[in-house]
Design a protein around this ligand. Structure first.
Ligand code: 6GU
Length: 227
């Protein structure tokens, strides 16, 4: 999978993809991530990429032409199956959206900044608009990093048996069960005996019950049919 991210702040996206699972995904050649600075594409002087909004009001808006030139340059090199705009008024991102995206070949992500981007870019190029939650971030970059992380780990071959996504919270519609590691007795607090018994049937059943319990308690809406 190849992901191209268009942003005015590529520096913000340097670290998130350089560690842990995403780092390994890139090293294995399963994931390529490129960031592109909108300023490198602007035809305007002084590298201008934003301007005042028509109609007045506080906050700058990202201009159409620099974004269009960046998008079109990438489109001239390969076919993009999705061009995503990160925006708080987009569709709420969830595990299903991550699963769907992880199967795409080439994905472009546009990060807005300031008040947003000129609406005509959304109309002309954007195929999907994503929000990561009901709160406002200063820009789309951190949200894009969240999406890329959630998607990158699902790309076939990225995770091995030990890190398998099959047992993640949400992957089977349930929250994950509690986990423990050594020591078996930490300051008098013991690990549940079922996990220590060595019988995989008992262990699976315990984990399933705990998952169910935890989901009922914390996220009951996940158990309803229409979720
Ligand atoms: Cl995708 N962008 C911004 N700026 N704020 C957000 C968001 C995205 N998702 C939640 N809040």
């Amino acid at each position: 999978m190849r992901i191209d991210i268009i942003t005015v702040l590529p520096e913000l996206l340097e670290s998130p993809f350089g560690h842990s699972i995403l780092k390994r995904a890139k090293a294995k050649g399963l994931l390529e991530i490129y960031t592109h600075n909108v300023r490198d594409y602007t035809p305007y002087k002084q590298a201008q990429v934003d301007d005042y909004q028509f109609g007045g009001g506080a906050g700058m808006v990202m201009m159409a032409e620099p974004l269009a030139l960046a998008i079109e340059k990438l489109q001239s090199e390969r076919i993009y199956t999705e061009i995503i705009f990160m925006t708080p008024d987009g569709k709420l991102f969830d595990q299903k959206a991550a699963n769907d995206l992880s199967l795409k070949e080439n994905v472009m992500i546009i990060c807005g900044h300031y008040k947003g981007i000129d609406e005509r870019i959304r109309e002309k190029y954007i195929t999907k608009e994503i929000s990561i939650g009901n709160y406002v971030l200063s820009g789309g970059e951190l949200a894009a990093a969240v999406v890329v992380d959630a998607v990158g780990r699902l790309i076939p071959g990225v995770l091995n048996d030990e890190t398998s996504a099959l047992f993640d919270s949400f992957q089977d519609g349930l929250l994950a069960p509690p986990v423990y590691t050594r020591p078996a007795d930490w300051r008098g607090n013991k690990v549940p005996e079922q996990l220590m018994c060595g019988d995989p049937k008992i262990i699976d059943e315990w984990r399933y019950q705990k998952s169910l319990e935890r989901t009922k308690e914390r996220r009951p809406e996940l158990l309803s049919d229409d979720f």
